[in-house]
Design a protein around this ligand. Sequence first.
Ligand SMILES: [Zn+2]
Length: 322
Amino acid sequence: MNIYLTYDYELYFGANTGTVHNCLLHPTNKLLCIANAHNAKITLFVDAGFIYKLQQQCKQFPQLKTDYELIHQQLANADAAGHAIQLHIHPHWEDSYYDGAQWVMKTERYKLSDFSKADAHNIIINYTKALQNCIHTPITAFRAGGWCAQPFEHFATTLLQLNITTDSSVFVGGKNTLQPYEYDYTAAPNKDIWRFTNNVIAPVANGAFTQLPIASYKYSPLFYWNLFVRGKLNKGLHSPIGKGNPIAQTNFKAKVLSKGMLFCACADGYYTSKLATIIKLNATAQHLVIIGHPKAQTLYSILQTNVLLQQFSTTHKFVAMR
Ligand SMILES: [Zn+2]
């Protein structure tokens, strides 16, 4: 089986974004280090709007130039080492800005579908160009910010024009319609790969795009009790390296502690404790996509990912989405 360890390379989008060093550079270095030690390849879905914004605002704020250069260097090195650097788009960078001290996040317009077709087109073109400037290998895969890739036809033509023909935004069975999210993948086929044209969850023979969906798993309430209790008892092991605030989700904690949740196969924090189980459950599949975030890595998840690579590197292939 091909296992794709994919990481959405981005800051936090709440009141405190965290720093470039703690959310991006430092945890990504750790991940690249353990991947290289096992001859495994990973994929970074880079929040290209941030790169674009850094480039735009570093003339006004020279301190951003250092951030840009360090990110550029990290991505160029990872690309040269055979890891994949692919396109992740959070269009809310259009409305967000650096105020001289911190990033001010405006997430009212969060999805590409919150913009006109013409604006969405320009956003994708500008952001892709900014990211492509950092690396040599052509960008060929896309993941929508916050999994919000519907309606795909809103921007499909632009991706095709850029030769970006793989999408990895769908997680099978997933659904979130609480602001600012809007996606429904409950009708997605229970498959590990398919072709499609305008609708990410409607397989079409010889469709222009390939869907490599993120695997999903039903996490029990007990899993979340464990997650929250361990997080309180052992902060050293379970605190995110990133230290920022995500976009707040109402009643999230109460909901998952009572009902559990269907969520992605995930390489963040305590979620990594379930990855071995998820790999075994999907052992007959050809492809398994796992999602994580450098910002949400913990000492625990780094150790656990290392164990996972050790355990499965001989029986499965950890490949880049290239
Ligand atoms: Zn994201």
